[in-house]
Design a protein. Structure first.
Length: 406
């Protein structure tokens, strides 16, 4: 069995996902093409006959639809012989792109594959693809469908996470992200974005609010209480979880992930593929896993996916140096730490989706990129990235630094 190595990775800064965001004038293929060009400048992958380009996209419709990976390759002007593929598993789409690429390398069905992700949330809203959970009443009744925000508040209620708990976590995320940017921790991976005239559009994550405190967060209104109480979703959740007398609506715009635009790309390959390009690997992809859970609660499985990935290696949570757990909602990370026994010092040391945003299709690639940068910065070896996923799933990937080949 072959090893799958990470040779390099790049990401865009995250722009606010709204009409006044710095990146909103760019199309998804623009963003994808820019990441591919930046990765090619650093690795020269396009000259080595890569087997594929695999992009994650959360909502693949309209300008973000069709086969965005192939379209971005053509838009970037790369050889027409390089194919492209798009994968989607909601929030973990980018991480699934990495795992798909790694699986093919491990199976000996590719020596060089680019994995990436794109999500332009200023153009394509969350759930822009529609689906039965938006239109099929029988399906909704069968699975007790509720929106993710209701699931997050249900989760906080079940596991005893108060408004003060989730606000405290969110304030710390903002503090960590501000420190990471001020210390230049992301400098090696960020690709500044310019317009066609060369004017700078964005060179740092735009969504951050460094002045955030627990006190300012406490002033925000619950974001999902109205849809829960007036929309009837609280009642649906309580029918599935009758032990809950009432749902405590603790999540706000300040302790939930930010809506942003962004893209990322990563070169994954075998030892032989890297040697063709004269590249030394930065890390190897050791294992990965996906799991499912109750779709009403939906968001509580990252620890289960991580445990499955680690079990394949004969490892425990304590054997991992650093974790990147997507901050979809504060309760998700709090539950992960409680269930795994991992302390906050080893989880999201540079902030996360609450402070910097969650560009759905790109987030998984960004998490692995950030994880690898932080392992190198702190001279640690093993890391795991994991995300909760809509409709009750989670995905995790374990990586380990390597020092190149002898």
């Amino acid at each position: 069995m072959n090893e799958a190595y990470i040779y390099d990775a790049v990401r865009s800064p995250r722009g606010k996902g709204r009409p006044d965001g710095a990146l909103h004038t760019l199309s998804p293929i623009d963003m994808g093409a820019r990441m591919l060009k930046a990765l090619d400048e650093r690795t020269g992958f396009s000259k080595a006959d890569p087997e594929d380009v695999v992009f994650g996209v959360g909502d693949g419709v309209f300008d973000q639809g069709s086969n965005l990976a192939r379209s971005a390759m053509l838009h970037a002007g790369f050889p027409v012989e390089i194919p492209g593929e798009t994968v989607s598993r909601f929030c973990s789409s980018g991480l699934d792109a990495i795992n798909t690429a790694a699986a093919r390398v491990i199976a000996g069905q590719g020596d060089l594959i680019v994995a990436g992700g794109v999500e332009m949330m200023s153009l394509i809203p969350i759930a822009g693809t529609g689906g039965p959970n938006g239109s099929d009443a029988k399906f909704n009744d069968t699975v007790a469908f509720v929106p993710q925000g209701i699931s997050a508040d249900l989760m906080a209620t079940l596991y005893g996470h108060s408004r003060e708990d989730v606000d405290a976590y969110a304030a710390e995320s903002q503090k960590r992200a501000a420190a990471a940017w001020s210390e230049g921790r992301f400098a090696g991976s960020i690709v500044e974005i310019r317009d066609d005239e060369g004017e700078l559009l964005l060179d740092r994550d735009e969504y951050m609010r460094p002045s955030t405190t627990r006190e300012t967060l406490a002033q925000l209104r619950p974001a999902f209480q109205g849809m829960g109480e007036k929309g009837g979703f609280d009642a649906i959740a309580r029918r599935r979880y009758p032990e809950v007398a009432a749902i405590n609506h603790v999540h706000t715009a300040g302790n939930s992930s930010g809506i942003v635009d962004g893209a990322a790309a990563m070169l994954i390959g075998s030892r032989e593929g890297g040697e063709r390009l004269g590249l030394k690997p930065r890390a190897r992809i050791r294992s990965f896993a996906s799991v499912g859970m109750d779709p009403t609660l939906m968001l509580a499985a990252p620890s289960d996916a991580t445990a499955r990935a680690l079990n394949r290696l004969g490892m425990e949570f304590s054997d991992v140096d650093l974790y990147e757990v997507n901050e979809a909602f504060a309760t998700v990370v709090l539950h992960f730490m409680e269930k795994s026994g991992v302390d906050h010092a080893r989880v999201n040391p540079n902030g996360g989706g609450i402070s910097m945003g969650h560009p759905i299709g790109a987030t998984g690639v960004m998490l692995i990129n950030t994880l690898l940068d932080e392992l190198e910065r702190t001279d640690k070896q093993v890391g795991v990235a994991t995300l909760c996923v809509g409709e009750g799933m989670a995905v995790a990937t374990c990586i380990e630094r390597v020092e190149g080949f002898a």
